[in-house]
Design a protein around this ligand. Structure first.
Ligand code: ZN
Ligand code: ZN
Length: 200
């Protein structure tokens, strides 16, 4: 599993000095500072509830959007299910508060930075994203959609989910006719809106 995770030797795991191995995350996407030219046109801006963390996206539509009904997401998000969208790491950059991020590895039960990790605001604890090895699972609920009805609809369309995963753990039924997987997408059984195995 955790391939590049040294243990117990670094006294400043989240140091901003950049001299330690574990601090090297600051120099990689999505955490490294990028110039506006380097990053390109901004398509979306997201922020945590307290405003300490702010990020921008240079991609209009995520690679994929899903609702995850698994137990881990229910507990960690305090919600019946989690709304997640997948982005390449270089699609995201923090414009405010990259030093104010908190990390949590649910497998290691550790708050030291490691990969994969769950990223939230260290002050208000708004969940920002799950950083995986190759992509980030960003939570579009924190993305700003402006103030008009048209802007809100654009946001809904951009992040509309393709499917539900871990629907067998659902707290609520969603009759939206989207594909519903009992576990992971493409690697589990397809269920109908009521959670019964889908007849093919
Ligand atoms: Zn915050
Ligand atoms: Zn989940």
């Amino acid at each position: 599993m955790a391939e590049d995770v040294p243990t117990g030797s670094d006294p400043f795991p989240n140091s901003i000095s950049g001299v330690t191995n574990k601090a090297s995350w600051k120099h990689r996407s999505p955490y490294k500072i990028q110039s506006d030219e380097e990053f390109g046109p901004v398509k979306w801006v997201g922020r945590c509830q307290c405003g300490q963390i702010e990020y921008k996206l240079n991609r209009e539509k995520p690679l994929k959007s899903k609702y995850c009904h698994c137990r881990g997401c229910q507990v960690l998000h305090g919600a019946p299910f989690q709304w997640a969208t997948i982005f390449h790491k270089p699609d995201i950059t923090f414009t405010k508060g990259a030093d104010g991020l908190a990390f949590y590895s649910s497998t290691e039960k550790s708050r030291e930075y490691m990969n994969p990790t769950k990223v939230s605001c260290s002050f208000c604890h708004t969940p920002i994203m799950d950083e995986g090895r190759n992509v980030c699972l960003l939570f579009p609920a924190a993305i700003d959609y402006g103030s008009t009805e048209q802007e809100r609809e654009k946001w809904i369309r951009a992040f509309e989910v393709e499917c539900h995963i871990f629907y067998s753990c659902r707290a609520v039924e969603i009759p939206d006719r989207k594909p519903k997987w009992s576990g992971l997408d493409d690697r589990s059984e397809l269920l109908d809106d009521s959670g019964n195995p889908k007849k093919t």
